[in-house]
Design a protein. Structure first.
Length: 206
């Protein structure tokens, strides 16, 4: 089986840009958020399970899930978030495992924003890569990208591990506080590291 690098980081840290840089090098990438989005489309299992859990009140006028309402309720009501995750996570985990098992490269990258917080896929991961930037920069980036207020962004951040704890648990870190131009060289260095690690017997990997 391929070496599995678990890529994680706080909201707005730049996980997608780092994952794209790995993909540009021909590395297999599986993104948990992309899977969640795909499985929650009308007629698919995630959509069905959410509607079963909460009824039509979570649907937009066109029958799709009202993602803004779901996000707002999930980050303001821990009980609602637990029920939402119970509905969505089982099919997401199943699809992640199916895709990872199909990898043919020597290593691949599994992007899971809540790798530490929710579990469920952490047992797949051989090495953890954290994308990091200061919290104020996270708030700024998410505000620009999604139009969320600082209060909304910090509410999301409060459901994630503190930055210091993520860094403590990391095997590798990409500092993404600066220019986006620094991502590709950092990823290229890690690509060489991961290919070398993958060539070792599993019991000899650090």
């Amino acid at each position: 089986m391929s070496l599995v690098v678990g890529l994680t980081g706080g909201i707005g840290s730049g996980k997608s840009a780092v994952a794209a840089a790995f993909a540009d090098l021909g590395v297999d990438v599986v993104d948990a958020d992309e899977i969640a989005h795909r499985l929650s489309g009308p007629g698919l299992e995630g959509h069905r399970r959410v509607v079963e859990a909460f009824g039509n009140e979570v649907l937009a006028a066109d029958g799709t899930l009202d993602r803004r309402t779901l996000r707002e309720r999930a980050f303001s009501d821990p009980g609602f978030r637990v029920r939402l995750e119970a509905a969505l996570h089982p099919p997401i985990r199943e699809e992640i495992r199916r895709r990872v098992s199909a990898w043919r490269g020597v290593y691949g990258v599994l992007v899971v924003p809540l790798l530490f917080e929710r579990g469920g896929t952490a047992d797949l991961v051989d090495r953890v890569l954290v994308v990091d930037c200061p919290e104020d920069e996270q708030v700024r980036r998410v505000g620009l990208r999604s139009g969320l207020s600082e209060r909304e962004v910090r509410a999301i951040m409060a459901t994630q591990l503190p930055r210091s704890e993520r860094l403590r648990l990391a095997d590798d870190v990409i500092d993404n506080a600066g220019s986006a131009d620094a991502i590709a060289p950092a990823v290229a260095r890690l690509d060489r590291t991961y290919r070398a690690l993958a060539a070792r017997p599993r019991e000899a990997r650090p």
